[in-house]
Design a protein around this ligand. Structure first.
Ligand code: HEC
Length: 116
């Protein structure tokens, strides 16, 4: 009986920190994922550093009008399916929670965010 209770507490202690790191806008996880998978084209700041031969430059995620025109679902669909001829699809490579973290990270780059 006592042993069982202690086991449950132990499992909770392990599960809680993992859950917390996923919560919140612009989580560290989102920033890390962005640096790993996206920054080589979009730049660490998300301004879109790369100009591509294909002609379509990455978007500027620091531009408020970029965010106004797109829903979270739009952003997520772009990450999953890729975009144009240059941006690869990340479907299958990233977990759903990682896609959410990336969407939150993109939103956290919007300078107009706090005023809305
Ligand atoms: C190989 C270069 C490359 C990589 C890596 C890349 N992107 Fe892109 N991305 C682009 C280019 C180029 C565009 C503009 C394409 C177009 O609209 O024709 C773009 C567009 C976008 C857009 C805007 C789509 C829209 O609505 O206009 C989003 C959002 C985006 N990328 C997110 C990401 C995220 C998040 C990652 C990392 C998981 C990522 N990208 C990785 C090159 C890249």
């Amino acid at each position: 009986m006592r042993k069982g209770k202690r086991l449950v507490l132990g499992v909770l202690a392990l599960a809680l920190p993992a859950g917390c790191s996923r919560a919140g806008a612009g989580s560290p996880e989102g920033a890390t994922l962005f640096a790993t998978y996206c920054s080589r084209c979009h730049g660490l700041e998300g301004k879109g550093g790369l100009s591509t031969d294909a002609g379509s430059a990455p978007r500027n995620f620091r531009d408020p009008s970029f965010h106004k025109g797109r829903t979270d679902a739009d952003l997520r669909a772009t990450i999953e399916g890729g975009r144009g001829t240059v941006m690869p699809p990340f479907r299958g490579l990233l977990q759903p929670a990682q896609l959410d973290a990336l969407v939150q990270h993109l939103r956290s780059l919007d300078p107009g965010r706090s005023s809305r």
